[in-house]
Design a binder for this molecule. Structure first.
Ligand code: ATP
Length: 345
């Protein structure tokens, strides 16, 4: 089968890592017609818009996209394109698997959790106002709707069941945010009643930050709101050694966008240093979504093998393994080669 997928190289290290992801997918024998479009800083400079209409149309037509990280300027400039894409395509579930990589002997060798973060609401609703002549006061609205809480909880329990997980942990702060987190909590436990085969538990977000550092192996599927999930997913990526191996999927009922969890890492951009694994594993998530489970599992196996070999690994994992680092392109070539070897075996 031939698939048409929107491809957004992204900013910073995006083009370097995303081209590896594309080559690995092709090496896994999946026939993809890439519709290459722009977003982020590059699009802003070249077209005057960080999210050109052509990009939106491409995703609307193809329904799936593989996207690199995009620059979001701090304070002034344009608003987050990532937030805009999630809103436009109603991508309410952001799925981030965090799994220790065999052979990468970091502090936590047995982490295997799936962080599911709400993607369209909460404090990232982009509704902010400032008041007064000198703008002395600024507020941000934390929007939470019952319908999204309900569908997100359903998504998390269905995901847990499909992937043979044992429990779903809701992370919130309903003791302080009684109405907004309270609503999410109420819907979560209502939905949980339909899944008696799964354990449903809850934890306050501040305690969760500590528990993730103390006992990350205890967690299975973790469900939380937009901003808490943004922060906890970087923390969780740190547990397994580097954000350079953490993929992410933005899922809605009709559309899905896959990307590495990390940002544009401007200090690494153009230096052929960045770890391409997060982008490659995002590609594997995309293939699973398309129903190409075998190709996805070959890619995951190729990633494990290349890291275990320890010969062509980028600086972030080379440091943990105590070996000298390879470049993005060297690791990329080995990932492609290993994928081809596994395809032929
Ligand atoms: P942005 O504003 O786009 O999110 P950022 O620099 O704030 O960019 P990241 O780009 O995620 O955030 O970078 C966080 C840290 O992780 C940096 O130290 C960066 O060098 C490192 N990092 C991010 N991506 C990778 C990667 N693919 N390989 C190695 N290190 C990475």
């Amino acid at each position: 089968m031939r698939y048409k997928v929107t491809f957004i190289p992204g900013d910073g290290i995006g083009p370097e890592v995303m081209s590896v992801a594309r080559s690995v997918i092709e090496a896994a024998g999946v026939d993809v017609d890439w519709d290459v479009v722009m977003a982020g800083e590059r699009a802003y400079i070249e077209t005057g818009s960080p999210l050109p209409e052509e990009t939106i149309e491409s995703i609307r037509e193809n329904k799936v996209a593989l996207k690199g990280p995009l620059t979001t300027p701090i304070a002034s400039g344009y608003s987050s394109v990532n937030v805009a894409l999630r809103k436009i395509f109603d991508l309410y579930a952001i799925v981030r698997p965090v799994k220790s990589i065999p052979g990468l002997s970091c502090r936590y060798p047995n982490v295997n959790l799936i962080l599911i973060r709400e993607g369209t609401e909460g404090l990232y609703s982009s509704i902010e106002h400032s008041f007064g002549a000198g703008k002395e006061v600024a507020i941000a609205l934390r929007v939470v709707t019952r319908s999204t809480c309900r569908r997100l909880a359903h998504f998390a329990f269905e995901y847990a069941r499909k992937h043979r997980r044992r429990k779903v942990t809701l992370v919130h702060k309903a003791n302080i945010l009684k109405l907004t987190c309270g609503l999410m909590r109420e819907e979560f436990f209502k939905v949980a009643e339909n899944y008696p085969d799964l354990r449903a538990e809850e934890i306050l977000v501040d305690n969760m930050a500590m528990q993730l550092v103390l006992n990350p192996e205890e967690y299975d599927v973790v469900l939380t709101s937009n901003m808490f999930g943004d922060i906890l997913s970087d923390l969780a990526a740190g547990l397994i050694g580097t954000i350079g191996v953490s993929p992410s999927a933005n899922i809605g009922d009709e559309y899905a966008i896959f990307e590495p969890t990390h940002g544009t890492a401007p200090q690494l951009a153009g230096r052929d240093m960045a770890n391409p694994v997060a982008a490659v594993l995002a590609g594997a998530m995309l293939l699973e979504h398309l129903g190409e489970a075998k190709a996805a599992s070959i890619i995951r196996r190729a990633v494990e093998d290349v890291i275990k070999e320890g010969k062509y690994i980028t600086f972030d994992i080379a440091k943990i393994c105590g070996v000298s680092p390879a470049s993005t392109s060297q690791m990329g070539r080995r990932l492609v080669e290993r994928t081809q070897e596994l395809m032929e075996s």
